[in-house]
Design a protein around this ligand. Structure first.
Ligand SMILES: NC(=O)c1ccc[n+]([C@@H]2O[C@H](COP(=O)([O-])OP(=O)(O)OC[C@H]3O[C@@H](n4cnc5c(N)ncnc54)[C@H](OP(=O)(O)O)[C@@H]3O)[C@@H](O)[C@H]2O)c1
Length: 275
């Protein structure tokens, strides 16, 4: 199957990316990004709140892949939204990443009272040519409907927790109907289904791992995945999902393991990070 998708503004995005949320050390990042590009990953997902943009920037510079061959995503954190410092936060991200532009800039969380203004501000960055596409994370249907009422620009991507244990049917369908590409954060449910019977049995059937079953299930439905890993063996294995396909009856079975299991934090419950 094709391993890229076209976003609603005709930008081509890889379906598979490396999630870097918990990778912080310089060496760890260099090893992870090196393993990723060697295995064919071209999308790297970071965020100012991960405090690793500089390490990402240095690792991609050393990767040997030209900047134009990579798809770099970063995100606007809540503090900058509250301070209405969107342009400043974006500029600081570019500097930390040592790049002139990002391929996708996203609002990381719909901060109440702020996200509509943040959306208008990040849309205006499109005109500068320093952002190729704009998107959101963790937006529910109600948030997306509000964006629609104030802006003519539809988010290119909505990134939210998505995996077989929490399959967000209504939100996925809304995004599909509105031309918003779904990108699965925590597509491995942070390990939550790796010893689940259904995944182990299917892993044996398709001669792959439970992780590969979960990732393949998503990409087979056209959903982008950004599994997080700092382990080169896992990074390589997680990329090996485009050379087999899951039978329709098994895809249906995987739809039924949903248990509305959430593994990621709700940022509003966390201490603010000054980024
Ligand atoms: N927008 C948002 O609000 C948001 C929220 C959460 C995450 N994200 C993004 O989504 C990315 C992915 O989410 P995540 O990292 O939280 O969770 P995840 O991808 O579901 O799981 C990551 C965990 O799975 C392990 N793992 C990876 N591949 C494996 C394999 N093949 N076999 C066994 N274990 C494996 C990793 O450990 P090892 O390092 O040992 O491989 C790590 O502990 C993040 O890195 C971040 O870029 C975005």
């Amino acid at each position: 199957m094709k391993d890229t998708v076209f976003l609603n503004n005709d930008i081509e995005m890889p379906l598979l990316g490396l999630g870097t949320y918990r990778i912080s050390g310089e060496n760890e990042m260099a090893k992870a990004i090196s393993a990723a590009v060697d295995s064919g990953y071209r999308l790297i997902d970071t965020a100012s709140s991960y405090k690793n943009e500089e390490a990402v920037g240095r690792a991609i510079a050393r990767s040997g892949v030209p900047r134009s061959g990579l798809f770099i995503t970063t995100k606007l954190w809540n503090t900058a939204q509250r301070l209405n410092d969107i342009t400043g936060a974006f500029q600081r991200s570019l500097e930390r990443l040592h790049t002139d532009y990002v391929d996708l800039y996203m609002i990381q969380w719909p901060v109440p009272g702020c996200y509509l203004n943040s959306w208008l501000e990040i849309c205006s960055l499109l005109e500068t040519g320093r952002v190729r596409a704009v998107g959101v994370c963790n937006f529910e249907v109600r948030h997306l409907e509000e964006l629609k009422s104030i802006s003519g620009i539809v988010p290119a991507v909505n990134q939210f927790e998505y995996h077989p244990l929490w399959n967000r049917k209504e939100l996925v369908e809304y995004c599909r109907m509105n031309g918003i590409q779904v990108q699965a954060s925590a597509p491995l449910a942070r390990g939550g289904y790796l010893d689940h019977d259904v995944f182990c049995v299917m892993g044996t059937k398709y001669a792959c791992s439970p992780a590969q079953i979960g990732l393949r299930w998503a990409v087979q439905k056209g959903i982008s995945v950004i599994p997080g890993s700092s382990d080169p063996r896992h990074i390589r294995a997680n990329s090996d999902i485009f050379n087999f396909s899951i039978d329709p009856e098994d895809m249906e079975l995987l739809e039924k393991v949903n248990e509305n299991y959430r593994c990621t934090d709700i940022p509003e419950d966390l201490q603010d990070i000054p980024f």
